[in-house]
Design a protein around this ligand. Structure first.
Ligand code: PAF
Length: 246
């Protein structure tokens, strides 16, 4: 953090920040490109944050292709990559944590207890350590984005939280590092997820059509002109959301 802050003190002009857990794909590249277009300096962090995983096997299975990630950061024009040290970031042993007690308990939060406390706590630490002018988050993690925005407001953070549209494969599936865990047939079938979500008249119909297509549905909910959903497909959790009035 000392080294990062020394770098930050030398940076001139607005600093843009893209926090990630690595296994970078075109969705991350779009966030970095947006930061590049809007800021004088761009920092990407890569940190597989243990406190946001409520399932140890999910954490252990998380890919960490560091060299490929650094290559993508370089190619997309990042100026610096921050690889936080786990011991330094959690020197307090995670005794201090951010708790949001409303939105964090439903949808993703209902199925993944403690997940959003882990996310908010690490994002707060990253933002306070770097003090970027802007931080970029993908709309794919819609609930995360709302919670980070709410936290930034609640704690008077100086960083502007910038939302970036979900990047999708040609068949419509939202990009996610988890997609790589699907079999080729499972990956083809997964394209039905956004299609059925969009086509259904209401959340209940979307749920039954997703189930009929063979997916295990965790939730489908219509909220604030968005349809949000999570499914488990071949043991892989996939989430998505889209506007319901477009
Ligand atoms: O969206 C992610 O990749 C993570 O939740 C984040 C924001 C980097 C925090 O670990």
């Amino acid at each position: 953090v000392g080294e990062l802050r020394a770098w930050r003190a030398r940076a001139t002009g607005p600093v843009g920040f893209v926090p990630t857990m690595g296994a970078l794909h075109a969705g991350h590249a779009a966030l970095i490109a947006r930061a590049r277009a809007e800021c004088a300096s761009v920092v990407v962090s890569i940190f597989v944050n243990p406190t946001q995983f409520n399932d140890a096997t999910d954490l252990a299975a998380y890919p960490q292709p560091l060299q490929a990630d650094l290559g993508l950061c370089r190619a997309t024009g990042a100026d610096a990559v921050w690889l936080p040290d786990r011991g330094e970031l959690y020197a307090d042993g995670y005794h201090y944590r951010v708790v949001e007690d409303d939105l964090a308990n439903i949808l993703e939060g209902a199925s993944r207890p403690g997940h959003f406390s882990g996310v908010l706590t690490v994002v707060l630490k990253l933002l306070l350590a770097l003090e970027p002018d802007c931080a970029y988050f993908g709309e794919k993690d819609w609930q995360q984005l709302q919670l980070v925005r709410g936290m930034a407001q609640a704690f008077f953070l100086r960083t502007a939280i910038i939302a970036c549209p979900t990047v999708r494969d040609a068949d419509g599936l939202a990009l996610s590092s988890r997609n790589a865990r699907l079999s080729p047939a499972g990956r083809r079938q997964a394209a039905q997820f956004p299609r059925l979500l969009r086509a259904a008249a209401d959340a209940e119909t979307a749920r039954s059509e997703l189930e009929a297509a063979g997916f295990l549905v965790d939730y489908v909910a219509d909220r604030d002109n968005r349809r949000l959903a999570a499914i488990i497909h071949e043991g892989v959790r996939l989430i998505d959301n889209l506007m319901t009035n477009d």
